[in-house]
Design a protein around this ligand. Structure first.
Ligand code: SF4
Length: 181
């Protein structure tokens, strides 16, 4: 019997909508469980440390904070096939809307001072992750093997990519599946 692949899903600066679309795989998740062991995921386990020797990782979200960057570097160092999962990972998308402000302190002043309830203060605890100057797409920071666009990618597109990867093949999305938004 072929050993199950080691699969991870990772949540960086995203809304978790891509993970919700992953859950929309519904009954196919049962087949997936026979082909792959989910070794790290915000929706399937309480593992806090990214494990070694992961075969496939779906990475949702842009890289917006120091924590995002540290986790992404762990993922890259311990994963064979990194999938840039959804438009935020591919282009920075929604998290990247803050990029024209350039200055993280200006972003915090805007969010907590101008847009929040009166009296809100920007978080000052140095233990909190620091905003990077810009929210970046995953491929600007580490090599990416597979791009899976969509906001979120629909479940059938996720399945098409995973089925190919689990068979050791390079995913070939149909032209109508290579869509943003
Ligand atoms: Fe959410 Fe869309 Fe970004 Fe996925 S690509 S994390 S659904 S905003």
């Amino acid at each position: 019997m072929t050993p199950r692949k080691r699969l991870a899903t990772v949540w960086l600066a995203g809304c978790s909508g891509c993970h919700m679309s992953f859950l929309d795989l519904d009954l196919w998740l049962i087949e997936l469980a026979e082909l792959a062991e989910i070794v790290y995921s915000p929706i399937a386990s309480d593992v806090k440390i990214y494990p070694n020797a992961v075969d496939i990782a779906l990475v949702e979200g842009a890289v917006g904070t120091s924590d995002n960057l540290a986790l992404l570097q762990q993922v890259r160092a311990n994963t064979t096939t990194l999938v840039s999962f959804g438009d935020c990972a591919l282009t920075a998308n929604v998290p990247g809307m803050r990029n024209p402000m350039a200055d993280p302190q200006a972003v915090l002043r805007c969010a907590y001072g101008e847009l929040a309830d009166a009296g809100a203060q920007p978080p000052g605890d140095p233990l909190l992750p620091q905003l990077l100057p810009r929210a970046l797409p995953v491929h600007e920071l580490v090599p990416v093997e597979v791009y899976l666009p969509g906001c979120p990618p629909p479940a059938e597109r996720i399945r098409a990519v995973l089925e190919a990867l689990l068979q050791g093949e390079r995913p070939q999305l149909a032209p109508e599946q290579i869509r943003f938004g």
